[in-house]
Design a protein around this ligand. Sequence first.
Ligand code: 5GP
Length: 191
Amino acid sequence: MRLLEERILRDGVVRKGNVLKVDSFINHQMDIALFEEMAKEWKRLFQGKPINKILTIEASGIGIAAIAAREFGVPVIFAKKAKSINLDSDNYSTNIQSFTHGKVYEVIVSKKYLSSEDHVLIIDDFLANGCALMGLLEIVERSGATVEGIGVAIEKGFQRGGDMIRERGIQLESLAIIESMDENGGIVFRR
Ligand code: 5GP
Protein backbone atom coordinates (compact mmCIF):
# COMPACT_ATOMS: atom_id res chain seq x y z
CA MET A 1 0.00 0.00 0.00
CA ARG A 2 1.78 3.08 -1.31
CA LEU A 3 0.34 5.50 1.25
CA LEU A 4 1.73 3.45 4.16
CA GLU A 5 5.09 2.86 2.46
CA GLU A 6 5.50 6.58 1.83
CA ARG A 7 4.67 7.35 5.45
CA ILE A 8 7.20 4.79 6.68
CA LEU A 9 9.86 6.37 4.45
CA ARG A 10 8.97 9.84 5.68
CA ASP A 11 8.45 9.26 9.42
CA GLY A 12 9.77 5.79 10.31
CA VAL A 13 13.05 5.52 12.23
CA VAL A 14 15.22 2.39 12.07
CA ARG A 15 16.75 1.44 15.42
CA LYS A 16 19.28 -1.13 16.56
CA GLY A 17 18.11 -4.75 16.68
CA ASN A 18 15.93 -4.60 13.56
CA VAL A 19 13.34 -2.37 15.20
CA LEU A 20 11.39 0.15 13.15
CA LYS A 21 9.92 2.96 15.23
CA VAL A 22 6.64 4.31 13.91
CA ASP A 23 5.61 6.16 17.06
CA SER A 24 4.57 9.33 15.27
CA PHE A 25 1.74 7.66 13.29
CA ILE A 26 1.01 4.14 14.63
CA ASN A 27 2.50 3.14 17.99
CA HIS A 28 2.14 6.24 20.16
CA GLN A 29 0.49 9.08 18.25
CA MET A 30 -2.05 7.45 15.91
CA ASP A 31 -3.01 8.79 12.47
CA ILE A 32 -6.65 7.74 12.24
CA ALA A 33 -7.06 8.95 8.64
CA LEU A 34 -4.24 6.57 7.69
CA PHE A 35 -5.82 3.76 9.74
CA GLU A 36 -9.07 4.31 7.83
CA GLU A 37 -7.29 3.90 4.50
CA MET A 38 -5.62 0.73 5.80
CA ALA A 39 -8.99 -0.60 6.96
CA LYS A 40 -10.49 0.03 3.51
CA GLU A 41 -7.64 -1.84 1.89
CA TRP A 42 -8.16 -4.89 4.16
CA LYS A 43 -11.89 -4.71 3.44
CA ARG A 44 -11.08 -4.93 -0.28
CA LEU A 45 -8.50 -7.71 0.16
CA PHE A 46 -10.75 -9.89 2.34
CA GLN A 47 -13.88 -9.22 0.28
CA GLY A 48 -16.31 -12.13 0.26
CA LYS A 49 -15.03 -13.69 3.49
CA PRO A 50 -17.68 -14.20 6.16
CA ILE A 51 -15.80 -12.26 8.85
CA ASN A 52 -17.85 -11.58 11.97
CA LYS A 53 -15.09 -10.71 14.46
CA ILE A 54 -11.69 -9.07 14.55
CA LEU A 55 -9.03 -10.26 16.99
CA THR A 56 -5.89 -8.38 17.97
CA ILE A 57 -3.45 -8.21 20.84
CA GLU A 58 -2.90 -5.66 23.57
CA ALA A 59 -1.68 -2.97 23.24
CA SER A 60 -0.35 -1.73 19.94
CA GLY A 61 -2.79 -3.62 17.70
CA ILE A 62 -5.88 -2.16 19.31
CA GLY A 63 -6.06 1.21 17.52
CA ILE A 64 -5.67 -0.27 14.05
CA ALA A 65 -8.01 -3.17 14.78
CA ALA A 66 -10.68 -0.84 16.15
CA ILE A 67 -10.75 1.21 12.95
CA ALA A 68 -10.75 -1.99 10.86
CA ALA A 69 -13.65 -3.34 12.93
CA ARG A 70 -15.62 -0.21 12.17
CA GLU A 71 -14.99 -0.69 8.43
CA PHE A 72 -16.07 -4.37 8.58
CA GLY A 73 -19.02 -3.56 10.86
CA VAL A 74 -18.01 -6.22 13.41
CA PRO A 75 -16.80 -6.23 17.04
CA VAL A 76 -13.12 -6.30 17.93
CA ILE A 77 -11.64 -8.43 20.71
CA PHE A 78 -8.14 -7.90 22.04
CA ALA A 79 -6.13 -10.64 23.72
CA LYS A 80 -5.28 -9.29 27.17
CA LYS A 81 -1.98 -9.62 28.93
CA ALA A 82 -2.91 -11.91 31.80
CA LYS A 83 -2.71 -11.09 35.47
CA SER A 84 -2.69 -14.27 37.57
CA ILE A 85 -6.11 -13.32 38.93
CA ASN A 86 -7.61 -13.84 35.44
CA LEU A 87 -6.31 -17.36 35.06
CA ASP A 88 -9.35 -19.55 35.18
CA SER A 89 -11.15 -21.98 32.94
CA ASP A 90 -13.30 -19.25 31.44
CA ASN A 91 -10.41 -18.12 29.23
CA TYR A 92 -8.34 -19.39 26.33
CA SER A 93 -4.70 -18.61 27.06
CA THR A 94 -1.30 -18.89 25.44
CA ASN A 95 2.29 -17.73 25.97
CA ILE A 96 3.90 -15.22 23.65
CA GLN A 97 7.51 -14.12 23.40
CA SER A 98 7.74 -10.37 22.94
CA PHE A 99 9.89 -9.27 20.02
CA THR A 100 10.61 -5.82 21.41
CA HIS A 101 11.19 -6.77 25.07
CA GLY A 102 12.33 -10.38 24.78
CA LYS A 103 10.10 -11.47 27.69
CA VAL A 104 7.49 -14.25 27.62
CA TYR A 105 4.02 -13.22 28.68
CA GLU A 106 0.64 -14.88 28.83
CA VAL A 107 -2.39 -13.55 26.98
CA ILE A 108 -6.01 -14.52 27.45
CA VAL A 109 -9.32 -14.23 25.62
CA SER A 110 -12.57 -14.90 27.43
CA LYS A 111 -14.57 -17.87 26.18
CA LYS A 112 -17.57 -15.55 26.23
CA TYR A 113 -16.32 -13.67 23.18
CA LEU A 114 -14.95 -16.40 20.91
CA SER A 115 -16.60 -19.66 19.91
CA SER A 116 -16.76 -22.26 17.15
CA GLU A 117 -19.35 -20.17 15.32
CA ASP A 118 -16.97 -17.25 14.77
CA HIS A 119 -15.11 -16.33 11.58
CA VAL A 120 -12.14 -14.30 12.63
CA LEU A 121 -9.87 -11.77 10.96
CA ILE A 122 -6.67 -11.27 12.98
CA ILE A 123 -5.10 -7.80 12.81
CA ASP A 124 -1.77 -6.56 14.18
CA ASP A 125 0.60 -3.67 13.66
CA PHE A 126 3.84 -5.60 13.02
CA LEU A 127 4.88 -9.05 11.90
CA ALA A 128 8.47 -9.98 12.78
CA ASN A 129 9.19 -13.52 13.98
CA GLY A 130 5.52 -14.36 14.15
CA CYS A 131 5.26 -15.14 17.87
CA ALA A 132 2.38 -12.75 18.50
CA LEU A 133 0.35 -14.03 15.53
CA MET A 134 1.13 -17.69 16.29
CA GLY A 135 -0.21 -17.09 19.80
CA LEU A 136 -3.40 -15.55 18.44
CA LEU A 137 -3.81 -18.43 15.97
CA GLU A 138 -3.50 -20.88 18.84
CA ILE A 139 -6.24 -19.09 20.76
CA VAL A 140 -8.56 -19.13 17.74
CA GLU A 141 -7.80 -22.83 17.18
CA ARG A 142 -8.66 -23.64 20.81
CA SER A 143 -11.97 -21.86 20.48
CA GLY A 144 -12.90 -23.86 17.37
CA ALA A 145 -13.47 -20.63 15.42
CA THR A 146 -12.35 -20.25 11.79
CA VAL A 147 -9.45 -18.00 10.83
CA GLU A 148 -10.49 -16.16 7.66
CA GLY A 149 -7.22 -14.29 7.35
CA ILE A 150 -4.59 -12.07 8.90
CA GLY A 151 -4.06 -8.39 8.21
CA VAL A 152 -0.76 -6.83 9.22
CA ALA A 153 0.25 -3.20 8.79
CA ILE A 154 4.03 -3.69 8.53
CA GLU A 155 5.72 -7.02 7.84
CA LYS A 156 9.48 -7.23 8.19
CA GLY A 157 9.96 -9.65 5.31
CA PHE A 158 13.53 -10.49 6.32
CA GLN A 159 12.27 -12.14 9.52
CA ARG A 160 10.60 -15.51 9.47
CA GLY A 161 7.03 -14.81 10.63
CA GLY A 162 5.51 -14.13 7.21
CA ASP A 163 6.79 -17.37 5.68
CA MET A 164 5.62 -19.39 8.69
CA ILE A 165 2.09 -18.07 8.34
CA ARG A 166 1.89 -18.37 4.55
CA GLU A 167 3.15 -21.98 4.80
CA ARG A 168 0.08 -22.73 6.88
CA GLY A 169 -2.10 -21.69 3.95
CA ILE A 170 -3.56 -18.68 5.72
CA GLN A 171 -4.37 -15.57 3.69
CA LEU A 172 -1.90 -13.00 5.03
CA GLU A 173 -2.26 -9.42 3.80
CA SER A 174 0.59 -7.16 4.90
CA LEU A 175 0.09 -3.59 3.73
CA ALA A 176 3.83 -2.84 3.65
CA ILE A 177 6.53 -5.50 3.46
CA ILE A 178 10.05 -4.36 4.28
CA GLU A 179 12.69 -6.31 2.40
CA SER A 180 15.62 -4.67 4.16
CA MET A 181 16.36 -1.73 6.43
CA ASP A 182 19.39 -0.15 8.05
CA GLU A 183 20.07 2.45 10.68
CA ASN A 184 21.25 5.01 8.14
CA GLY A 185 17.70 5.34 6.98
CA GLY A 186 17.70 2.93 4.03
CA ILE A 187 14.38 1.06 3.78
CA VAL A 188 13.57 -1.15 0.80
CA PHE A 189 10.06 -2.54 0.24
CA ARG A 190 9.04 -5.81 -1.39
CA ARG A 191 6.63 -5.10 -4.22
P1 5GP B 1 6.61 -11.03 16.42
O1 5GP B 1 5.82 -11.69 17.48
O2 5GP B 1 6.06 -11.23 15.04
O3 5GP B 1 8.08 -11.35 16.50
O4 5GP B 1 6.52 -9.48 16.72
C1 5GP B 1 5.30 -8.84 16.62
C2 5GP B 1 5.05 -7.86 17.74
O5 5GP B 1 6.26 -7.23 18.16
C3 5GP B 1 4.15 -6.77 17.24
O6 5GP B 1 2.89 -6.92 17.86
C4 5GP B 1 4.83 -5.47 17.63
O7 5GP B 1 4.18 -4.94 18.75
C5 5GP B 1 6.23 -5.83 18.00
N1 5GP B 1 7.23 -5.52 16.95
C6 5GP B 1 7.94 -6.41 16.21
N2 5GP B 1 8.82 -5.79 15.42
C7 5GP B 1 8.66 -4.48 15.64
C8 5GP B 1 9.30 -3.31 15.10
O8 5GP B 1 10.21 -3.34 14.27
N3 5GP B 1 8.84 -2.10 15.55
C9 5GP B 1 7.85 -2.00 16.47
N4 5GP B 1 7.47 -0.77 16.83
N5 5GP B 1 7.24 -3.09 17.01
C10 5GP B 1 7.65 -4.30 16.61
